[in-house]
Design a protein around this ligand. Structure first.
Ligand code: DMJ
Length: 383
């Protein structure tokens, strides 16, 4: 998975020999006929997203063939009574498991499956992922919020906590981005309605800045005041949606959180100004948001932020052979882990903040939630 997730970053950085080596490895060795359960969400955003963006950057048809093979193997995940996907699918047998899911895992498939449909001409990929997204939206509460736990067989909520945190985050991201990438009016409508509810019930203006916390999805009553590394994707989404003011305010709050201990924690109680979960798994979101905001504003303060992120990564996470997640941002204790999103996202967004704009034409692509740029104008592969 790591070479697939990292390939387009190497290409964009101009690391040609390394990119060629990774592509050769993928072309010759990657085989999805594996008797193992994979998590739909992770495999879709990392593998399928990575294969298709690298296909679009290189024209290597083998990468698209692999994406198509993967898509076909994963299709049984949609065979639930509601059409919302099970969490896991076996790539060899097509068996599924995991009915307890959440909006992010159900609703973050359409950028990839929609692109696969456009590139292969197989419309069914689009339709199945779109149905899952719509089925999720249909279950939002009367005030327009979704919870963080849902059963895909019964369609009933198992946890009514609403927020923009991990487990919900990319559901909102995909509503907006699918509207842009596919000119999909349903997605546009779902995004607009959702954004209104998010700003009404989840936004939390405090003396120390603008934050987004948690509320009960039915009543809108605030239940907690956590914001964390994952939530910091939202300034980028706000910026992309045109709400640059809130985007800038929320990125300022995110930066406050980063500087609290010199590296951001996974969860932060913004009301108490206390770390709630101290790990840093090399996440990209705050860097992604700085990149979007720099792109739109050219305000040098986002370059300063980028420099801070870069310096902290080098100072606290660098090892002799790679970069390490931190188990505690207060002690800077390293842990033996380096997620593939570090290559796909963290490094890519950091590079793009400082790279000449010609490196990637921002307006011609939409990034999936794993930072794989998908082209807005689809060119179908010729046989
Ligand atoms: C990535 O896999 C994706 O960005 C996902 O949307 C959230 N989690 C990680 C990065 O933090």
């Amino acid at each position: 998975m790591t070479p697939v997730d990292g390939l387009d970053t190497m290409i964009l950085m101009g690391l040609q020999p390394q990119a060629d080596e990774a592509r050769k490895l993928i072309d010759e060795k990657l085989d999805f006929d594996q008797d193992m359960y994979v998590k739909d969400f992770e495999i879709t955003i990392r593998m399928m997203g990575g294969l298709m963006s690298s296909y679009e950057l290189t024209g290597d048809k083998r990468l698209l063939e692999l994406a198509d093979d993967l898509g076909r193997r994963m299709l049984p995940m949609f065979n639930s009574p509601t059409g919302m996907p099970y969490e896991y699918v076996n790539l060899h047998t097509g068996a599924v498991r995991g009915a307890e899911s959440n909006p992010a895992e159900v609703g973050s498939l359409l950028l990839e499956y929609g692109t696969l449909a456009k590139l292969t001409g197989k419309q069914m990929y689009y339709d199945k992922a779109k149905r899952a997204l719509v089925e999720m939206y249909k279950r939002q509460s009367k005030i327009g919020l979704v919870g963080i736990g849902i059963n895909v067989e019964t369609g009933k909520w198992t946890d009514q906590t609403a927020g923009i945190m991990g487990g919900i985050d990319s559901y909102y991201e995909y509503l907006l981005k699918c509207a842009i990438l596919f000119h999909d009016k349903d997605c546009e409508h779902m995004w607009t309605q959702s954004a209104r509810a998010i700003n009404k019930y989840l936004a939390d203006q405090r003396p120390n800045g603008l934050w987004y916390g948690q509320a009960n999805m039915e009543t809108g009553k605030r239940v907690s005041t956590y914001y964390g590394a994952l939530d910091a994707f939202y300034p980028a989404v706000l910026a992309l949606s045109g709400d640059r003011k809130r985007a800038a305010q929320l990125e300022d709050s995110s930066y406050l959180m980063w500087n609290f201990a010199g590296v951001e924690p996974d969860s932060f109680d913004y009301a108490k100004m206390q770390i709630a979960s101290a790990a840093y798994p090399l996440r990209p979101e705050i860097i992604e948001s700085a990149y979007y905001l720099y792109h739109y504003t050219h305000d040098p303060k986002y370059l300063t932020m980028g420099q801070t992120f870069f310096d902290s990564l080098v100072k606290y996470c660098r090892t002799d052979v790679g970069f390490a997640a931190l188990s505690d941002v207060r002690t800077k204790q390293k842990t033996d882990s380096m997620e593939s999103f570090f290559f796909a996202e963290t490094m890519k967004y950091l590079y793009l903040i400082f790279a000449p704009p010609s490196t990637l034409n921002f307006d011609s692509i939409v990034f999936n939630t794993e930072a794989h740029p998908l082209k807005r104008n689809f060119i179908t592969a010729s046989k």
